[in-house]
Design a protein around this ligand. Structure first.
Ligand code: NOJ
Length: 552
């Protein structure tokens, strides 16, 4: 199947390219930049949500699953995008958000207006509160973004109210504006089957399934007992009811003819897990074709941690069913994250802010090395927009400019994810560094998130002109990967000592990856030729924080 070794590029549409000059990226902007993505050498793009949304959580608060937000374009723009992308041999994957919708979704609005116990409420989790007047939330579940996972409503009909006028509570594992669907209500799976069919009919090659480890809740909604490791099974994570659902979706995917390309359509679940074994049920052969493998995001900058992360995934499955990633729109950018030695945690962004300018060069070098590790691994890999430019996490964002609900719900304790969502710089100079292709009104538009003054030196224009740039490293890696018989699906064999800072694996025929996580230059393993390196390699020695692709 095409997806078994695909390199997929994640597009955060509001930050990619802005065609109409309003400071917000849009589908025509993306469409006009497809040539860039074809030159980069990716096989597919995954678009995070572009549906009508109040944008309380960057579009993961969907008010209409089968339409385009007018800020981002029209359905004709979407169809044109799919068609043009196919012309470049690029497939399109869209985001499916089945755990929750927006509080602006008409079905939730109907639930708010309905009486407690009515059928409109049964599509969500409306419950009476605890305490003498129902003033306590129904259970102790936390929202992922901070605070309680329950919000109390004011009843429309004046009945069923506590003394303060408030009524039932509804569940939202994320923001208040993102009510969770109750998947045991038959209306909900039926609704999503229609949504899946709608986008597959429009020719998309796959779906990325948001919160695929969530969706089903223990019907008793029991309190969470004690402290559990993050991402471990719980009353709302990794429930056994998920697998029959995913088998039914797989049957839908497999019933679709090829979307202008040979091969089936895919779906890739966002599954965060604690230990690799938690992933096992998702690897049921008839389930979702793919789930993300986030282990390289969680691994610290150490050879043994990278090796363990790679082994743990390969032990269960090849990288074809669990594609590799080093970043996405939810985590601090690799070029900054690797300034720290340990893996990503919810505290990473605060720690980067505290770090100031220290280690910036180290982070950038390590991110280039990590890219060569990523793209040499067996199976499929995802690249998040801007990784190919080595964009750092933007840490200096004024509170007033922040958008992430995590920032607001934690009273600023967690700065949130805005720093990895800053618009792409296309040109060296100008307001918005070419992000807005045209300007509206009198002057150039202000980008929806502020772009740092030095963003020009990360721009596509700047990097295309520099043969040693990160962009040119990615382009060369993707070109080599396409042509090299050892790269793509398959396996790997560790070579060299298991201790120390050097990570080396071989792939057949004739390919070796070497990455130096240590403090001192390390001798390269026996090889014929250096095919590509993330930094200068001289005298057969690999400098610290550098990786190389070798022919054996
Ligand atoms: C995961 C998405 O990647 C993230 O951006 C979003 O906030 C949550 N799911 C909730 O939809």
């Amino acid at each position: 199947m095409w997806w078994e070794d695909a390199v997929v590029y994640e597009v955060y549409p509001r930050s990619f390219a802005d065609a109409d000059g309003d400071g917000v990226g849009d589908l025509p902007g993306l469409r006009s930049r497809l040539g860039y993505l074809a030159d980069l050498g990716v096989d597919a793009i995954w678009l995070t949500p572009f549906y009508p949304s109040p944008l309380a959580d960057g579009g993961y608060d969907v008010s209409d699953y089968c339409a385009i937000d007018p800020l981002l374009g029209t359905m004709a723009d979407f169809d044109g995008l799919v068609k043009d992308a196919a012309g470049y041999q690029i497939r399109v994957i869209v985001d499916l958000v089945p755990n929750h919708c927006s509080s602006a979704n008409p079905l939730f609005r109907a639930a708010l207006g309905a009486v407690p116990g009515g059928p409109e409420r049964a599509r969500f989790f409306f419950r009476d509160g605890r305490g003498p007047h129902g003033e306590q939330p129904p259970n102790n579940w936390p929202s992922q973004f901070g605070g309680s996972a329950w919000t109390r409503v004011t009843e429309a009909d004046g009945r069923h109210q506590g003394p303060d006028g408030a009524g039932q509570w509804y569940l939202h594992l994320f923001d208040t504006s993102q009510p969770d669907w109750d998947w045991r209500n038959p209306d909900v799976p039926a609704l999503f089957e229609d949504v899946i069919g709608f986008w597959l009919d429009r020719g998309v090659a796959g779906l990325r399934v948001d919160v695929a480890h969530g969706i089903f809740k223990d019907p008793d909604l029991p309190d969470l007992a004690g402290r559990r490791p993050l991402n471990a099974p719980s009353p709302y994570r990794h429930r056994p009811e998920l697998q029959p659902l995913y088998r039914s979706w797989r049957a839908i995917l497999d019933s679709y003819p090829a979307a202008g390309f040979p091969g089936a359509r895919t779906a890739i679940g966002e599954v965060w897990y604690d230990v690799p074994e938690t992933l096992t049920p998702y690897l049921d052969p008839g389930g979702l074709p793919q789930v993300f493998n986030f282990q390289l995001i969680l691994a610290g900058w150490r050879a043994d941690e990278f090796r363990a992360a790679i082994d743990s995934a390969l032990m269960l499955t090849g990288g074809s069913r669990a594609p590799w990633v080093i970043g996405n729109h939810d985590v601090a950018r690799p070029a900054s994250r690797y300034r720290l030695d340990d893996g990503f945690t919810p505290q990473t962004v605060s720690r980067l802010i505290a770090l100031g300018d220290q280690n910036a060069g180290t982070g950038a070098r390590r991110a280039r090395a990590a890219a060569l590790v990523l793209l040499a691994l067996p199976g499929s890999a995802y690249i998040y927009q801007g990784e190919e430019l080595g964009l750092p996490e933007v840490t200096a964002i004024a509170d007033e400019a922040r958008q992430d609900p995590r920032f607001f719900r934690t009273g600023g304790e967690y700065p949130g994810r805005d720093g990895c969502r800053v618009p792409i710089p296309w040109s060296r100079t100008g307001t918005g560094f070419g992000f807005s292709l045209t300007s509206q009104g009198a002057g150039p538009a202000t980008p929806w998130l502020p772009m740092p003054a030095e963003w020009g030196r990360y721009s596509v224009e700047y990097q295309l002109a520099d043969e040693h740039s990160t962009l040119n490293l990615y382009r060369a890696a993707l070109r080599l990967r396409r042509g090299h018989p050892a790269l793509g699906p398959g396996g790997l064999r560790w070579v060299g000592p298991r201790e120390g800072g050097l990570l080396c694996f071989a792939r057949e025929p004739g390919f070796i990856l070497a990455a130096n996580f240590g403090q001192a230059p390390a001798p390269l393993p026996a090889h014929r030729e250096v095919l590509l390196a993330s930094g200068p390699v001289t005298g057969g020695r690999l400098p610290p924080d550098t990786a190389a692709w070798l022919s054996a």
